[in-house]
Design a protein around this ligand. Structure first.
Ligand code: IFM
Length: 457
């Protein structure tokens, strides 16, 4: 275990330590104050989609416990809170009437953060698409990108004066590939053509969202949060190396290419371009507007080999064996070096702005014993990844902050409530919050900041 104060010495004094959550995962109150269903309400009500048929109806009941949860965040000594805004609370049908009560909730949230001197990092889309938009095709429809632009304008007009940063999307990889190709997340589609439409319209929505933010508050730092894969080829063979490049283009290039270079990767276009929707004349310019920052969500590396099956669909890869036997309770390989390799590779290939680690953390499911949650493996995971982050700062990469995923245990999507990522334990029967050992450790580190005189290294 790294001593938090020793680790703190490796970060600049203005480095931000924060905690992160997302609306659908914690809020509950899915029918309160005019909110209408999202695709995740529908998906979790369908048998066989979410473990145990868990849903977001109550979750952490954060909607009704806002002030106590803000006190909890403050008690962790952090400087920033990353949260997402639920589109179905703001424009419940996706298009049409605006729901003032939904905006009021986030007004209270942001004011509550300001009153506690905590920076507000908002994400506009963390997967809770208003269900009504599925009637037009959801993310496979161009009209959804325009609906997103109006939603963005509505939110920023109301909250933009008090936000410290805004992200358009959280993890487009998940809302595109995991949701439309692999069928694991809502809406559970398994179709490459649908996925390619979702890819382009998500990228377009991001660009339209950036324009909307800048029209309302030109000085509000705007960015996007991506979960890029650090891809290791399963062997040194030429076919596996080439498989690694294809995987890079598919998993990362599909988003980094248009956003940071104004173009889709060549390999992706030649394999799948004919199945993409029409790219209109201004689309790529809208998508590739310069960003103020970007967020990286990192948990585990991706290891791939060539898929030798004749006619295998792009990227034509299969999973290769993890090199580290240590896995978290959700089965993800622990490999902190990949975070460093990932940031180096992405900066080599794209010209990237300031970077925040907007999510990092680990799933361990130990419970409360005698009032204590001893989650030493999570503490080790976080401290090892922070050590890599400090190395990156020393090498000159513009790493500006770190948000632990997550503030508290919550609805882990298709895994329901069984998988726990919080640094605070939630008892879902009583809604009692208990700060875990990792949370106490993180507090000791975070409360060293801000410091005016820190030197990175
Ligand atoms: O819980 C999720 C979060 O919503 C997005 N990033 C990964 C986390 C862990 O799976």
């Amino acid at each position: 275990m790294i001593d938090p104060k020793t680790l703190a010495d490796r970060f600049p004094g203005d480095f931000l330590f924060g905690v992160a959550t997302a609306s659908f995962q914690i809020e509950g109150a899915t029918k309160a104050d005019g909110r209408k269903p999202s695709i995740w309400d529908a998906f979790s009500n369908m048998p066989g989609r979410v473990h145990n048929r868990d849903n977001g109806d109550i979750a952490c009941d954060h909607y009704n416990r806002l002030d106590d949860d803000l006190d909890l965040i403050q008690s962790l000594g952090v400087q920033a809170y990353r949260f997402s805004i639920a589109w179905p609370r703001i424009i419940p049908e996706g298009t049409g009437p605006i729901n003032e009560k939904g905006l009021d909730f986030y007004d209270r949230l942001v004011d509550g953060l300001k009153a506690r001197n905590i920076k507000a990092f908002a994400t506009l889309y963390h997967w809770d698409l208003p269900l009504a938009l599925m009637g037009d095709g959801g993310w496979a429809a161009r009209s959804t990108a325009h609906a997103f632009q109006r939603y963005t304008k509505t939110v920023i007009n109301r909250l933009g004066d008090r936000l410290d940063a805004v992200a358009t999307f959280n993890e487009p990889w998940c809302s595109v590939w995991l949701s439309h190709l692999y069928g694991i997340h809502a809406p559970g589609e398994r179709n490459m053509d649908a996925a390619l439409h979702a890819m382009h319209y998500t990228n377009l929505a991001h660009g339209l969202g950036v324009s909307a933010v800048r029209e309302e508050y030109p000085n509000l730092p705007v960015g996007i949060v991506i979960n890029p894969m650090h891809i290791y080829a399963g062997s040194d063979s030429a076919v596996d190396q080439e498989a690694g490049e294809r995987a890079f283009d598919f998993h990362n290039g599909a988003f980094f290419g248009p956003i940071f270079k104004g173009e889709y990767p060549e390999r992706l276009l030649s394999a799948l371009g004919s199945r993409m929707p029409k790219v209109e004349a201004d689309d790529m310019a809208i998508i590739s507007q310069k960003l103020d920052w970007w967020g990286v969500n990192y948990y585990t590396p991706m290891r791939v080999s060539d898929d030798p099956t004749p006619g295998a669909e792009f990227p034509a890869t299969v999973s290769a064996k993890p090199v580290n036997d240590i896995k978290t309770d959700i089965g993800w390989e622990v490999f902190p070096e990949a975070l460093g390799d990932l940031i180096r590779t992405l900066n080599e290939r794209y010209s990237l702005p300031d970077c925040y680690i907007t999510e990092n953390g680990a799933c361990y499911n130990m419970g409360v014993e005698n009032g204590v949650v001893d989650d030493q493996p999570r503490l080790d995971y976080i401290s090892d990844h922070l050590a890599v982050t400090a190395d990156l700062i020393k090498e000159g990469y513009p790493m500006k902050g770190y948000f632990a995923w997550s503030l508290m245990d919550n609805f882990e999507w298709a895994e329901g409530y069984t998988m726990r990522f919080g640094i605070v334990h939630v008892d879902y029967e009583t809604q009692l919050r208990t700060i875990k050992k990792s949370g106490h450790w993180y507090k000791e580190l975070a409360e060293q900041f801000p410091k005016g005189n820190h030197k990175a290294g």
